[in-house]
Design a protein around this ligand. Sequence first.
Ligand SMILES: [Zn+2]
Length: 316
Amino acid sequence: MASAGGYVYVVHEREFKESGRPVYKVGRSGDIFQRLKSYPNGSHPLLTASVRDQVAAETQLKERCELKMERRLDIGHEYFEGPFQVLHGIFSEVTLAYAEDLEGKDAARRAPAVDVDRLLTKYVNDERTVLVQQRFWKVTDVLDDFNTKHGVSMSLKAFTTRLRSLFKLRVEPMPFGEGELHPAVDFTTLFGATQKQMGDEENLTRFLTGGADETTSRSHRYHVRRVEGAVTVLSRAKEAYRDYMKSKHSRGSRDWPQDETTLKRVGLEVKTVNVCKSCGKLARGGYNACCASYGKDNRTKRVCVLHLDLTVEMIP
Ligand SMILES: [Zn+2]
């Protein structure tokens, strides 16, 4: 064969068409007309596509079908059983990724090159919380999400290769569902986060963003809001959090996490600032003074959570 180009296709063979069974044959050929004629009369060609590399496209098709459909090795290596819709989806994605460059090199030059490594790094960092929450992920699930979010069609093989080399992540077969093995990846190893740490982050996020009905203890109701420029002394915030956790979440850690990731995610930061002794706000003089009693001698340096407004109400 002079070139790697050719066709991939899906046929519903007569035997399965007549018995109404969802068993489909996936194949490739350099001469699609000849090849389709070789099937028994009454067979139904369902999908065909011209691709620039028929061997690679067929391999990719089978890899992905194997993950989402049942491979019928009892019939032959190229038969898959399962919903046609699933097969159609896989076929469309793969053949689009391997579509021939009919407009020539100029079109390729006009189209901006996609830096998948950069996209993938951004994706993994952006989705950190989600990826770590569930310890093992099916690689195909993450790949589908990545492709959708970035409008790309990265192949399964390229994706796992990049995960391995960019992040040193292991990709290994894991049992999912009814003992089925799927390639899975463990993102907790990348971020060094454990389930417990993720739980702690979630608890703090709930405290900081949950609203007054959520953030109560047995004796207090905490009104926690983000207000630009507000300050809450860190030790006071810690004390409130400890009280809240004691009543609400007997299992989680009651300690304010050392790591500031959670705070940053909700737009807060820990900073040493001057606090006005009279009004308790960020000490400020001049035209925008914090209060009438502002003075250089009437302020004190404190470690605070910046932009956090915390008021406490006693529950009778
Ligand atoms: Zn003041």
